[in-house]
Design a protein around this ligand. Structure first.
Ligand SMILES: Nc1nc2c(CCNCC3CCCC3)c3[nH]c(NCCc4ccccc4)nc3cc2c(=O)[nH]1
Length: 371
């Protein structure tokens, strides 16, 4: 289903709008917290809701291994299983296979791999991935199966990955068919080669998708090289459909990508780095393990409307992280997700008011120079 995407304002290449789905509206620019194993680690769905998140990510790779696709369906699907009734987007699993599974093989027909949990053998074809995402997990937005080529890549290798992904895009679309309450996004590949990104974009548009992701980035190329690709890649994709930059990123990555026309983001950083003491604030990242916070009675981030950001002292958070207390992981994960939501909300407002350039400049001055 092509969910309505109403862009309410633009400012330069930046856009703000609403992607309307049967399970709820997604305000863009949007940050999507990652719920890998049917949970946003250390948080309840109520805490996630309180941060303002409109949509979560699920993980086909993890869920197909445990609890398994057929059991997930028998349990009523992921929304019911985890008690999240808003939209869920699932990745297709191929990227996670390459980064997490045991022995894996990529062939034209499918990706085969052994589970990192118990070594069992599994097959992920474009068709099987769609079946798991849309029919077993019940994702509102599914992603095509693709091949994300490692960076740096020579052009021939980048081309072969892009062409395989384009063939899998067609198979994914054919397997998905037409559905009136679910959507399918294609994924642009092509590494750092503008001509390959153009070909990928053209092939995806010939097939036609409800939204378009920019894949193959945040794979080690660094912020500068990623921005150089984003100087042209988002604009190759249809302006009237959502553009989703996969796996990104740090706050400064989000600001620079929104400035270049990206609408949706996902990243494990807020929760993963939070569990290790890292917190993002408007004045830049800090790590609560640092001794300088041992007697700092100030709250973490008074401007962020989240109990974790306003109701506890940095000294207490320092203590919890140093003691490896579960509550420390909970509070910092909660704050970081809330900060990313506050950041995207501030960007939506700045774009709507035509002052995104000023927002971007102030953000760099206050957040980046300190970070
Ligand atoms: N299908 C597909 N997925 C990609 C992903 C996974 C996005 N998150 C999925 C969620 C669903 C389940 C888990 C995640 C990516 N993640 C990154 N970088 C993450 C970099 C990073 C790594 C660790 C910490 C922070 C950042 N680049 C990505 C490229 C692709 C891609 O081309 N194709």
């Amino acid at each position: 289903m092509t969910f309505p995407f109403d862009i309410s304002a633009t400012d330069g290449r930046a856009r703000t709008g609403v992607l309307k789905t049967p399970r709820g509206d997604i305000r863009t620019p949007a940050f999507m917290p990652v719920g890998t194993a049917a949970t946003v680690k250390a948080l309840t769905v109520d805490q996630v809701k309180q941060t303002g998140a409109d949509i979560l990510l699920g993980n086909t790779y993890h869920l197909m291994l445990r609890p398994g696709p057929e059991r997930m369906e028998r349990l009523g699907g992921l929304h019911k299983f985890m008690g999240w009734d808003k939209p869920i987007l699932t990745d297709s699993g191929g990227f996670q296979v390459m980064s997490l599974a045991g022995i894996s093989k990529v062939k034209e027909e499918a990706v085969t791999f052994s589970s990192h949990i118990d070594g069992s053998k599994h097959v992920l074809s474009p068709e099987r991935s769609i079946e798991i995402q849309a029919d077993r997990i019940g994702a509102d937005i599914s992603m095509q199966l693709d091949e994300c080529v490692a960076w740096p890549a020579e052009e021939p290798r980048a081309r072969s990955g892009m062409e395989l992904s384009a063939r899998w895009a067609k198979r994914s679309k054919d397997a998905f068919g037409t559905r009136d309450t679910q959507a399918l996004f294609g994924i642009q590949q092509g590494s750092t080669f503008e001509n390959l990104r153009r070909e990928s974009s053209d092939r995806l548009q010939e097939i036609g998708f409800d939204g378009y992701a920019i894949g193959g980035l945040a794979v080690g190329e660094g912020h500068q090289a990623m921005c150089e690709v984003l100087d042209y890649a988002p604009q190759m994709l249809p302006a009237d459909r959502p553009r989703y930059l996969m796996g990104v990123g740090k706050p400064v990555d989000l600001v620079e990508a929104v400035w270049r026309g990206v609408d949706m983001f996902d990243c494990v950083l807020p929760t993963r780095a939070g569990r290790h003491g890292q917190a993002w604030t408007w004045d830049g990242p800090i790590n609560l393990k640092n001794a300088r916070f041992a007697e700092d009675q100030d709250p973490l981030a008074p401007e962020v409307p989240c109990p974790a950001s306003t109701d506890y002292s940095r000294a207490y958070l320092h203590h919890l992280i140093r003691a490896d207390e579960i509550l420390g992981k909970i509070l910092l994960s909660w704050h970081n997700i809330a900060f990313f939501q506050a950041l995207t909300a501030a960007m939506r407002t700045a774009i709507a008011e035509g002052r995104f350039e000023a927002f971007r400049r102030d953000f760099h001055a206050r957040h980046v120079s300190n970070g």
